[in-house]
Design a protein around this ligand. Structure first.
Ligand SMILES: NC(=O)c1ccc[n+]([C@@H]2O[C@H](COP(=O)([O-])OP(=O)(O)OC[C@H]3O[C@@H](n4cnc5c(N)ncnc54)[C@H](OP(=O)(O)O)[C@@H]3O)[C@@H](O)[C@H]2O)c1
Length: 290
């Protein structure tokens, strides 16, 4: 029997690369979509174990070409597994964050993922089998300050995934959302900083300082994830029977999931989230008019 076929986006590094390598080790014929082919050929331990293709998910012609490579590996039929992983973040206060950067980020995180689904899922539906994995975030169900635009993209991604999972149910196509907390990857260095968020004289400078410290401490928690543990969670989700709708990855994410599910109201949840990150940024009453 021929190998099952997987297409992974954002496989240049981090979770995408770890997942592509995990699937290849597990016997999949993997098409790993990367933006920089030369770099991937240099950095992958064994580039010959999979098929590296150039794939920027904002480039429709590259999506079509990558899907065609995967389809050919599948003998002209449906790809078995799609891992929609490519994404990056931006920071910026909502009052001044750069909306052009936000739109560009949505092109990757939301519309890019949707376009890859449209390239791959029709054949899965016709074949009545296949798995779509959306690498989302626990931050698709909670929002940290100064990162609202990124969270908005992940909320949107979850909305599309949840709808897809219901749409595909009767056709035997499985759709899984992966929701990690913090993952120790190069994600922060790819994050675009806008709206003067790093300016020392910004009104948000104290919040930014707290947030950076909170994220730093969170990153050092031993129960947060690595690219390898995420890849393992993705492997398990692909092979679980019955398939999970949502997989919360890491004890850190599980703690936040519990806070989301058990807070009595939104104000209590916001307070718990501020406590999680140690943010000294509680709401205050407005100044009275003089
Ligand atoms: N790290 C975290 O703490 C964390 C937490 C929760 C969820 N996540 C999610 O986990 C996923 C993987 O993130 P990561 O931590 O592995 O981050 P990462 O190391 O920064 O990897 C992101 C990958 O996405 C690729 N990418 C970015 N824009 C792209 C585009 N337009 N087309 C194709 N590829 C693109 C990057 O390509 P290049 O290599 O060419 O730059 C990179 O390979 C993302 O969906 C992220 O939102 C991350």
């Amino acid at each position: 029997m021929s190998s099952p076929v997987a297409l992974v986006t954002g496989a240049g590094r981090g979770v995408g690369r770890a997942t592509a390598e995990r699937l290849a080790r597990g016997g999949y014929a993997v098409v790993a979509g990367v933006r920089d082919l030369d770099r991937a050929h240099e950095e992958y331990d064994d580039p010959s174990a999979l098929t590296l293709v150039e794939l920027d998910v904002t480039r429709p012609e590259q999506i079509t070409a990558a899907a065609a490579v995967a389809t050919e590996l599948a003998g002209g039929g449906a790809v078995d597994v799609l891992v929609n992983n490519a994404a990056y973040a931006m920071m910026g206060p909502q009052e001044s964050g750069d909306l052009d950067v936000a739109r560009e980020m949505f092109e990757t995180n939301v519309w890019g993922a949707a376009a890859v689904v449209q390239a791959v899922v029709p054949a899965m539906r016709e074949a009545r089998r296949g798995t779509v994995v959306t690498v989302s975030s626990i931050g698709a169900r909670l929002t940290n300050p100064l990162v609202g635009f990124y969270h908005a993209s992940k909320y949107a991604l979850n909305a599309l995934s949840e709808a897809l999972s219901v749409e595909m149910g009767p056709f035997g196509v499985r759709v899984v959302m992966i929701e990690p907390g913090m993952i120790d990857t190069d994600f922060p260095s790819a994050t675009r900083l806008t709206g003067g968020v790093t300016d020392a004289d910004s009104p948000y400078a104290p919040l930014f300082g707290d947030l950076r410290a909170g994220f730093g401490k969170w990153r050092e928690r031993p129960d947060s994830s690595t690219a390898a543990t995420c890849a393992e969670a993705i492997w398990d989700a692909i092979h679980a029977d019955p398939p999970p709708i949502r997989v919360v990855v890491g004890d850190d994410a599980a703690e936040l999931d519990e806070a989301i599910r058990t807070s009595a109201d939104d104000a209590e949840f916001q307070q718990r989230l501020r406590g999680f990150l140690d943010l000294d940024w509680a709401p205050r009453p407005p100044d009275p008019r003089t």
